[in-house]
Ligand binder design. Sequence first.
Ligand SMILES: Cc1ncc(COP(=O)(O)O)c(C=O)c1O
Length: 370
Amino acid sequence: MIRLTVPYVDHRELEEIEKVLQTGFYTQGPKVAEFEKKVADLVGSHYAYAMSSCTTALQLALHTLELKPGDEVLVADYTFPATANIVVTEGQTPVLVDINLDTFSMDPDDLESKITDRSRVIIPVHAFGCSADMNPILEIAKKHDLFVIEDAACALATTYYEKYCGTMGTLGCYSFHPRKAITTGEGGMIVTDKEELAQKIGIFRNHGGVKGEYFYHYDEAGFNYRLSDIQGAMGVAQLEKLDWILENKRRLAAILREKLQGIEGVTPPIEPAWGGHVYQSFVVLLDDGIDRDAVIHSMREKGVETTLGTYAVHAQPYFIEKYGYKPGHLPKSYQAFTQSLTLPLYPQMEDGILHIVVDILKEVIKENIN
Ligand SMILES: Cc1ncc(COP(=O)(O)O)c(C=O)c1O
C-alpha cells in the first residue's frame, strides 16, 4: 500500500531521546526548552510554549483570553473539528464561517457578515500548509477589536508574504502530530509576542502553579498540558530536518501539480499570491460529477491510500444537533468536505511512487466520472 504519509525519522531522534533517558528526568525540562527556543527563533516569536497537542494548545490559548460564557468565537468551518470543539468545551459559542475554495481558508466576506456585538475572537485555519489570506482578516479583527488565534496546526514554517503563520494574530498554535511536517508523536506549541498572555500560558499549562522557593503555590485552577522531555528531544532532532523536509515536499508537490494538469475533473491546489505553501497535505478538488468516496475506495483497492481533505464542522452531528446547522448550510465548506481528496505526499517519497499514484488516479477518475 502506498501510504498517505510516512514521518521521516533517523538515528538522530534516538540519539536525542537517549540523552534524556540517561538523565532520569522525563517530564518537561531542558529539551522542551531547547525545542521551544528553536521554534520561537524560526518563526520570530517572543514566546513559545510546548503543549501535549495542538488541541490543548488551542484550548489553552482561548482559555488565556478569559472570555465570558456565551461570547462568540468565529471559527473557519472547514477544519479538523478540534478547532471548533475547543470553543464548545471552553463554554463559548462557535460561529462557523465559510471558506474560499482556492485556499480552503476563511472567507473574509462571510466573516464580516457574521460579526455581532458578542464576537470576541476569530480563529482562522491555515489549511493544509497554505496560509489563509490574513490581511483582510486582521483588518476586520482590528476594526471590531477582536483577538485572533491562528490555527497553524498544519502550518509550521508556512509564510504569508514575509510573515510566518502563527505570528500574525494574538496567539498561534502548531501541531506535531505524525501527519504534520515534523512530529513528536503527539505534541503542539503556542507562540505569542504578548508577555502577559505568555505568563498565563506558562502557569495554566502546569496546573496553575507558580514556583516559590521550595514549593509551588496555585494561583489558578490549571491543567497538565506539558510535553515530555522525551518528546522535546524528538522535536529538536526533527527540527534539524525541517528545511530538507520542506524542500522535498515542495519539489514533489510541483511534480504532482504538473502531472495532474491533464486530468479532467481534478483541480490541484493553488500556489497563493503570498507564496509560502508547505504542502502539509496535497489536497485536490474533484468535480461534482465524481463520487469522491468511490474514488477513495477504488484507490485503496489498487494499493493507494487517500482520504478526504478535512471536515465541514457544521455538517458534523454534534453541531447539527446543538446549533441547528444543516449539511450544506456553509456551501463552499460543504463542497470541500464532500469533494476534496488528499493524495499521498511525504518528503522521502521516490518520484516513481508519485508517478504510480497519478497513473492510478487517472484510471480511477475515468471509471468514476459521470
Ligand atoms: C487544522 C487543525 N487544527 C487542530 C488539529 C489538532 O491537532 P492535534 O492532533 O495536535 O491535537 C489538527 C489536527 O489534525 C488540525 O488539522
